[in-house]
Design a protein around this ligand. Structure first.
Ligand code: HEM
Length: 480
């Protein structure tokens, strides 16, 4: 760093950065010490709202490289040829903890990707699990309230968490994953990532395919037990941040194999498992994984606030060749992320360097707080116009067949098997894994005071697998 003159925000030199301007050596400060005023005022405004969920996070930049041709499924430019490389940003996070929370908590991990493609930014805002706790966006605020602090005690509440879960059997699959060995990854390098929702691919012939994205860690899986995690958290809250930063700094770049499962529209209409239900996976026997490419993280952010805290990921950011699906949870997310970012970062957050696409941005959006680019210059700010500027492509996705009647459909009336898949997961665990699952659930469910909540939850676990339900009842000393 060169030895440059310290300046105020207006670029004028600062005279003294140690002693404020006072009337006499022992006297009070003068209001005309504008450097002092500016310095305090800026400091007073340093904090911005933390993310309403996933507040604690770590990120790194990297490269996505296509290794296999999937152009028969998608025309997305990012996948256009084998060998093509695209810059990416990956932010990992825990869900419930605040910005200063410990990394080694039992929690789902966020796996949020931004691909800076030649046709705009594509964000895939996933988790380290292929399923989720709820499948209707109306449930998300309630669910998160049970994960965050109790309004009165200001403590995390096992009572609230299990009160909610015991009334939502669709959470069981994610609960079994969360309380399994995989519930506390040692760090962010040793875990998989998943897009979780069903998305769509559109190919050059304008055919739609439904897809699920998988990111398989090349580092292998590593997890902490509750006891190990407690010891780690006793020493540091930043175990995963340190691991990621130091490994990348040392040139030990983590990699994930990127794969997709593909379902045709015809298969989606017929398949016995609801293809747009995020609480369920598509069995690999029916829908095998196709290799796509490799994601490598190889560059640490230069500045955490600028490049991680101000990063804004939203599932709404798709590019030609990649689309949404009728998954109702995904549809709620299409609104929520941009909305929270307009509050958290402001209406012009897309212009921040970390969020700015590498391709051209030609919108007719104008003005707004903190507009930081040329604001469209002299280009017309209305359309259509006779200047011929900014034409839409009219490049539509194929028509999406929808049912006609609108109603608040209760999905449980149509689709009530929330037990088979978590049961299958339990049954493929070895004896040790099954015992640890029971112990981890008991460590949390055992804190619940209400006998009714415990019984309601046990009734669900019995339906998942009788052996699991009975083992839990025994461990909780509850007579069935
Ligand atoms: C972050 C809402 C479901 C993964 C967030 C944020 C909101 C939100 C408001 C904060 C974003 C920000 O401040 O920039 C919701 C709603 C959901 C939902 C309303 C359901 C209706 C999910 C699901 C996943 C997920 C199913 C994963 C499959 C994430 C991740 C982040 C996040 C990884 C952190 C993004 C980052 O690193 O900046 N969510 N979420 N969320 N959500 Fe969700």
């Amino acid at each position: 760093m060169t030895n440059k003159t310290l300046t105020q925000a207006n670029g004028a030199p600062v005279t003294d950065n140690d002693n404020s301007l006072t009337a006499g050596a022992r006297g009070p400060i003068l209001l005309q010490d504008t450097w002092l005023l500016e310095k305090l005022a800026h400091f007073d405004r340093e904090r911005i709202p933390e993310r309403v969920v996933h507040a604690k996070g770590s990120a790194a930049f990297g490269t996505f490289t296509v290794t296999h041709d999937i152009t028969r499924y998608t025309k997305a430019d990012i996948f256009s040829e084998v060998g093509k490389q695209t810059d990416a940003l990956l932010r990992f996070s825990t869900v419930a903890g605040e910005k200063g929370a410990a990394d080694a908590e039992r929690d789902v991990r966020g796996f949020a990707l931004k691909f800076y493609t030649d046709e705009g930014n594509w964000d895939l805002v996933g988790n380290n699990t292929p399923v989720f706790f709820v499948r209707d966006p109306l449930k998300f605020p309630d669910f998160i309230h049970t994960q965050k602090r109790d309004p009165k005690t200001n403590l995390r509440s096992a009572e609230a968490a299990w009160d909610f879960w015991s009334r939502h059997p669709e959470s069981l699959h994610q609960i079994v994953i969360l309380f399994s060995d995989r519930g506390i990854p040692t760090d962010y390098r040793h875990m998989n990532g998943y897009g979780s929702h069903t998305f769509s691919f559109i190919n050059r012939d304008n055919e739609r395919f439904y897809v699920k994205f998988h990111f398989k860690t090349q580092q292998g899986h590593r997890y902490y037990s509750d006891d190990e995690a407690a010891k780690v958290m006793g020493k540091t809250r930043e175990s995963a941040q340190a691991d990621l930063f130091i490994n990348i700094e040392e040139g030990n770049f983590p990699r994930w194999d990127v794969k997709v499962q593909v379902m045709t529209e015809a298969q989606a209409e017929q398949y016995q498992i609801h293809p747009f239900d995020i609480t369920k996976v598509w069995p690999h026997g029916d829908f095998p994984l196709h290799d796509v490419g490799v994601l490598e993280l190889n560059r640490n952010p230069e500045n955490y606030f600028a490049e991680v805290e101000q990063a804004a990921f939203t599932p709404a950011n798709v590019v030609p060749g990649i689309g949404y699906s009728p998954d109702r949870l995904l549809q709620g997310r299409l609104f929520s992320y941009g909305d929270t970012q307009r509050y958290r970062l402001g209406i012009n957050h897309g212009q921040l360097p970390v969020n700015r696409p590498k391709s051209d941005v030609n919108t007719s959006h104008r003005d707004g707080a903190m507009r930081a680019d040329g604001n469209g210059g002299g280009q017309p700010n209305y359309a259509p116009n006779h200047h011929g500027s900014y034409q839409p492509t009219h490049d539509q996705e194929p028509p999406l067949k929808l049912e006609k009647e609108a109603l608040h459909f209760d999905f449980r009336d149509y689709d009530d098997d929330y037990y088979t898949q978590p049961g299958n997961l339990y049954r493929i665990m070895d004896a040790g894994q099954q015992q640890r699952l029971v112990a981890n659930i008991v460590a949390s469910l055992g804190d619940v005071k209400s006998e009714q909540i415990k019984r309601d939850q046990l009734a669900h676990f019995l339906k998942v697998d009788e052996k699991l339900g009975k083992a839990l009842a025994d461990a909780l000393a509850i007579e069935l």
